[in-house]
Design a protein around this ligand. Sequence first.
Ligand SMILES: Nc1nc2c(ncn2[C@@H]2O[C@H](COP(=O)(O)OP(=O)(O)OP(=O)(O)O)[C@@H](O)[C@H]2O)c(=O)[nH]1
Ligand SMILES: [Mg+2]
Length: 201
Amino acid sequence: MAHDIHISAEFVKGATKPEHFPESSLPEIAMIGRSNVGKSSLINTLVRHSRMARVSNTPGKTQEINFFVTDMNFMLVDLPGYGYARRSKDQRQLFSELIRAYVLNRPQLVVTCILVDARHDPQPLDLAMLEELELGGRRYAILLTKCDKLKPTALVEREQQVRDLVVNCEFLVDVVPTSSETGLGRHQLLGLIKRIVNLSS
Ligand SMILES: Nc1nc2c(ncn2[C@@H]2O[C@H](COP(=O)(O)OP(=O)(O)OP(=O)(O)O)[C@@H](O)[C@H]2O)c(=O)[nH]1
Ligand SMILES: [Mg+2]
């Protein structure tokens, strides 16, 4: 068994506008995905802290961009969930200006993790976010969440479906099955983060 990676983190700040993003030069790893997909839970699992990033049963709980500094020289960034009903009256705007400003323009951001619920087909908004990042030339990984809820064969099929979907994508880093319940994918994800952080330093 691979040896455990220890990492600890603490909350830096929450931002509701770009002017409030922290002035730090540390590389940033962001978690994005539909409301309730498990972004905050996965951050807590990575740092083995049950309540650092807020977790809730109410979709749309995380409304600001939350920055956490780790002791491994990078920041973890928890983004607001997208696709929360009636958030915006403007249907032309798929993602909030805040999310767009962050994922497309933030210089410190080295990889955006797009979280996709492993129980369902990737949703139109997931594909739209993937396309934004691909067209914007920004690196991203796809993390399948809540994999503890699937039978092994169903999980293999889901991972293959997603890999087939992104086969021609240039800026995709990897597809990683995860579970915040069992810790599945934690080691792989931390390894991926370490490689990218080292590349960018
Ligand atoms: N079984 C299982 N449940 C999970 C997992 N990850 C998250 N959940 C549950 O899913 C719900 C939503 O989790 P959150 O981590 O709050 O999701 P989020 O993406 O941060 O949600 P917003 O901040 O509202 O966008 C909670 O009830 C979690 O306990 C997982 O890996 N397995
Ligand atoms: Mg959250």
